[in-house]
Design a protein around this ligand. Structure first.
Ligand SMILES: [Fe+2]
Length: 179
C-alpha cells in the first residue's frame, strides 16, 4: 500500500523530461495543477486527481510499469487504468476525463484561443472539438464537472520559474487516499 505512494514520489523525483511543448517538467506541471486546485479550495479528492492527472506519461516512460498496448498513446486512460487499483473512482474519473474536458471546453472560442500551441496540436490528435452527441455523453459522466475544473487548472499550470511545492508535501494526502 505504501509502496505505490513511494513509487509515485520516486517517479515525480526522477522525472526530468519536459512537458510536451512547454518549458517545465511533467512533475512541475502536475504539482502546479495540484496547487491551483488547493488555491481554489477544491476537495481533497480533486487535489489528488490534479496532482496525478498526467501520471500516464510516467507509466509510458517507465518500462518497468505495466502498459496496456491497446490504449498506448492515451495518457489519460493509461494513467487512470494504472492508478485505479489504488485510488477511488472519485479521484480516477477526472483523470480519465481530463482530455475529454478539453474537447468539451474547446467549443468555447475564448478557451480555444487561450490554449497553448502544443495543446492545440494535441487537441487535433485527440479527436478535436466535441460534437453535440459527444457533449451529451460527456455530461452524463458522474464526475464530469470535476474533470472540467481539473482541466482549467491544467491549462494554467504551465508557469516557469515560480516557487512550487515538493512532491513530498503531498505524501500525507496520497497516503490518506489509498483504498
Ligand atoms: Fe496536464
Amino acid at each position: 500500500m505504501l509502496n505505490i505512494v513511494n513509487q509515485i514520489i520516486l517517479a515525480f523525483t526522477n522525472n526530468k523530461s519536459l512537458y510536451i511543448g512547454e518549458g517545465l517538467t511533467m512533475s512541475e506541471h502536475m504539482i502546479q495543477t495540484a496547487m491551483l486546485a488547493e488555491n481554489n479550495k477544491s476537495s481533497s479528492d480533486l487535489i489528488c486527481s490534479s496532482l496525478l492527472h498526467d501520471y500516464g506519461h510516467f507509466v509510458i516512460e517507465d518500462p518497468n510499469q505495466l502498459v496496456n498496448d491497446k490504449i498506448d498513446g492515451n495518457h489519460e486512460a493509461i494513467g487512470a487504468n494504472y492508478l485505479k487499483n489504488f485510488f477511488s473512482n472519485e479521484i480516477i474519473e477526472p483523470i480519465l476525463l481530463h482530455v475529454d474536458a478539453k474537447k468539451y471546453l474547446a467549443r468555447d472560442e475564448k478557451y480555444f484561443n487561450n490554449l497553448s500551441e502544443a495543446s492545440k496540436i494535441s487537441l487535433k490528435l485527440q479527436g478535436g472539438i466535441m460534437n453535440n452527441e459527444e457533449v451529451k455523453k460527456f455530461e452524463q459522466k458522474r464526475n464530469y464537472k470535476n474533470a472540467i475544473k481539473l482541466r482549467r487548472f491544467d491549462e494554467d499550470a504551465k508557469k516557469q520559474n515560480i516557487k512550487i511545492k515538493k512532491i513530498e508535501d503531498y505524501k500525507e494526502l496520497l497516503i490518506s487516499k489509498i483504498i
